[in-house]
Design a protein around this ligand. Structure first.
Ligand SMILES: C[S@@+](CC[C@H](N)C(=O)[O-])C[C@H]1O[C@@H](n2cnc3c(N)ncnc32)[C@H](O)[C@@H]1O
Length: 159
């Protein structure tokens, strides 16, 4: 099973890097895990609607450029489906059971993602109504994917 995250911008904070590295190490027992970073588009503080759209379009093209046809794409989106950890674990398990070995999670940039990225997504999930910083979202998602594997392998972690 190949799990890939596509993210926008370079991760700078050491505490996030350390947390992600820890879960990535744990995940290596269950899957091939990689995080692919796309460059973020520099944008002024107060964007017009047109500028907002343009930033998302440019970043969206970069995101789409990192996705292969065979990949099953799960977008992290505030309007996506809210799942429990068990439901996410089942989703991952079902995909693998029915022959999908490449699952790609997309985390948008600070403005979110373009309609084209939403259209490419096979499924969208939401981590609740709170908007989380996209860089923190990487760590939260990494932990939840690790949790999925622990659940699916009947290991003592999830309570
Ligand atoms: C700062 S948020 C973007 C907010 C933007 N206004 C929007 O509506 O998408 C950056 C990215 O983090 C992810 N994200 C943040 N909070 C989330 C949540 N509660 N559920 C799912 N994804 C979330 C999404 O991928 C989002 O594109």
């Amino acid at each position: 099973m190949n799990i890939k995250f596509i993210t926008v911008g370079k991760l700078k904070e050491k505490y996030l890097k350390a947390g992600i590295a820890e879960y990535a190490k744990r995940l290596s027992a269950f899957c091939k895990f990689e995080i692919v970073e796309c460059a973020d588009e520099k944008a002024p503080e107060n964007l017009s609607d047109a500028q907002d759209k343009q930033v998302k379009e440019v970043e969206g093209e970069r995101i789409l450029g990192k996705i292969k046809d065979k990949e099953y794409v799960i977008l992290l989106d505030l309007k996506g489906k809210e799942l429990t950890s068990e439901e996410l674990a089942k989703k991952v398990d079902d995909l693998s059971t029915y022959g999908t070995s490449d699952i790609t999670f997309v985390i948008g940039g600070s403005l979110g993602v373009s309609p084209e990225v939403k259209q490419r997504a096979d499924y969208s999930i939401c981590f609740g109504k709170f908007t989380l910083p996209h860089q923190l979202m990487r760590l939260v998602l990494t932990e939840q994917i690790y949790r999925s594997f622990m659940i699916n392998n009947h290991r003592t972690y999830h309570k």
